[in-house]
Design a protein around this ligand. Structure first.
Ligand SMILES: CC(C)(COP(=O)(O)OP(=O)(O)OC[C@H]1O[C@@H](n2cnc3c(N)ncnc32)[C@H](O)[C@@H]1OP(=O)(O)O)[C@@H](O)C(=O)NCCC(=O)NCCS
Length: 152
């Protein structure tokens, strides 16, 4: 599917969340519940974007900025639209936002078994810089990945 002509990326509002609240787990596999997500959207240190095709929400992503270091908190594509480039577009947009804010690096944690996400981050130049042991459900380790070079 060539999504480039159809996709719109905008700031995410609580009204966007309301549209997908019922489907967060089934359609997106998202690990946040509605209230956690809403408080993230309302957090002044966070910035969220949403991807839409014909007004349907097909993905979302966000960063949290702590003392000049932005951290990706979430990047999720609707299951039926995965592997069509939407994750890449969302990540590109997050990187652009960081550049515009004159931030110098972007970091995140990812489950070491989440190979699709790790490949996505590596494609954009993120490198593995550390490990948080048993970070997910007290079993899976988290890789810490950071992008130091915003040129890509
Ligand atoms: C990770 C995720 C956001 C990727 O979104 P996506 O829209 O499918 O990604 P893209 O189509 O832009 O793919 C970008 C790259 O990721 C890698 N990738 C993504 N899905 C893949 C798959 N199923 N198999 C192999 N590689 C994959 C590839 O390197 C791909 O680049 P390529 O198309 O040039 O080969 C999506 O799989 C998702 O929502 N996963 C569930 C939520 C999640 O785990 N988020 C990450 C939290 S840290």
């Amino acid at each position: 599917m060539d999504i480039n002509n159809k996709i719109v990326i905008q700031s995410m509002l609580v009204s966007d969340l309301d549209l997908i609240a019922e489907n967060l787990e089934n359609d997106f596999d998202d690990f946040w519940n509605y209230n956690v997500f809403k408080s993230e959207l309302e957090n002044e240190n966070s910035k969220y974007i949403v991807a839409k095709i014909n007004n349907e929400i097909v993905g979302f992503a966000g960063i949290w900025i702590a003392i000049d270091v932005p951290h990706i908190t979430n990047i999720v594509v609707r299951k039926s639209y995965r592997k069509t480039g939407i994750g890449s577009l969302l990540l590109q947009e997050l990187i652009k936002m960081c550049k515009n804010l004159n931030l110098k690096e972007l970091t995140l944690e990812v489950n070491e078994h989440n190979l699709n996400a790790i490949k996505l981050y590596e494609k954009f130049g993120f490198i593995k810089v550390g490990l948080r042991k048993k970070y997910y459900n007290r079993t899976d380790n988290a890789l810490i990945m950071t992008l130091y070079d915003f040129k890509k």
